[in-house]
Ligand binder design. Structure first.
Ligand SMILES: C[S@@+](CC[C@H](N)C(=O)[O-])C[C@H]1O[C@@H](n2cnc3c(N)ncnc32)[C@H](O)[C@@H]1O
Length: 282
């Protein structure tokens, strides 16, 4: 009995691991917040599958929570036993326990939320100490289209960005998440993280990256076509601009057919880490 008591008083290696490095001994738990059809979920699974085999059953222990307000996950992901599809409103507390996630990802979602900082505070709650949030967003104000009328394109992008950022605060009724947008979201990620700290959820900024992918296609369904369609639809509220823009899409399509078209938008990604709890004093 005395022996057993002595062992209990002195933590062994296993106890140290579970206490100080919970991620090392518990299943790896990841959430994709605002997952849409699951492109990022698929990327996480592919990255894990590409790892060299490590401990037995390591990839079996991976759980990816695919969270969205609507269930739109691709069928192949719904049938993957590592994926948990969860329907939830990201403007409300996540249906996840405190400190249950090793990592969270959020791509092009913050602009749709009524309180993006409140969402970051709640994500902080769900991460283990040392867990990371990879927070990424396109910055629509930087949208670049090669066109034959630069001045018109500038005006169209300005109206597109103003329509998202402006009406959100216009008091003309609360916009739904699908309609709400903020064309400056990419450049605001660090200030959102700082605001989260002021609300009791501090982050360590591990990394900041920014890039712009080049898109040269303009066929229906391509990224450039989708963004241009959104841009043109906001111009509909301005009769004069809409009239000037009547042949804009056809112009882009024709440039693409001639190999002269380019669309880019700047993406920003920050890696935010939840700091470890300070060591107890004394
Ligand atoms: C632009 S899509 C991005 C999807 C995905 N992250 C990607 O990059 O492919 C935004 C996603 O956020 C989701 N979303 C928007 N507002 C939400 C809310 N309040 N609660 C939960 N999901 C929301 C939408 O349903 C949509 O799937």
């Amino acid at each position: 009995m005395a022996d057993l008591g002595a062992r209990r008083a002195r933590p062994g290696r296993g106890d140290r691991l579970t206490g100080e490095h919970p991620a090392a001994v518990r299943p790896l738990s990841v959430a994709d917040l605002g997952c849409g059809s699951g492109r990022t979920v698929a990327a996480v699974l592919a990255a894990v599958d590409a790892l060299p085999p490590a401990g037995a059953g390591e990839t079996d222990s991976l759980v990816v929570h695919a969270v969205d307000q609507v269930s739109g996950l691709d069928e192949s992901l719904l049938t993957d036993r590592r994926v948990r599809s969860r329907t939830a409103d990201l403007d409300a507390p996540l249906p996840l326990e405190d400190a249950c996630l090793d990592a969270a990802l959020s791509l092009n979602v913050l602009e749709h939320l009524a309180d993006p900082v409140g969402h970051l505070v709640d994500v902080h709650r769900t991460l283990v100490p040392g867990g990371v949030l990879v927070l990424a967003h396109s910055d629509w104000d930087t949208a670049l289209f090669t066109s034959t009328d630069d001045s018109l394109t500038r005006d169209l992008v300005d109206v597109f960005v103003a329509a998202g950022a402006g009406t959100q605060h216009a008091g003309a009724g609360r916009r739904s998440g699908a309609e709400r947008s903020d064309g400056f979201s990419g450049r605001k990620l660090l200030s959102h993280a700082a605001a989260s700290a002021r609300r009791g959820a501090p982050w360590v900024v591990d990394d900041v990256a920014s890039w712009a992918d080049a898109h040269r296609r303009f066929d229906d369904g391509s990224i450039a076509w989708k963004v241009a369609t959104g841009v043109l639809s906001t111009a509909g509220g301005d009769r004069e601009l809409a009239a000037r823009a009547s042949g804009w899409m056809e112009g882009l399509r024709s440039l693409a057919a001639d190999g002269q078209f380019l669309f880019t938008v700047t993406d920003v990604a920050v890696v935010l880490r939840k700091g470890s709890a300070p060591a107890p004093q004394g």
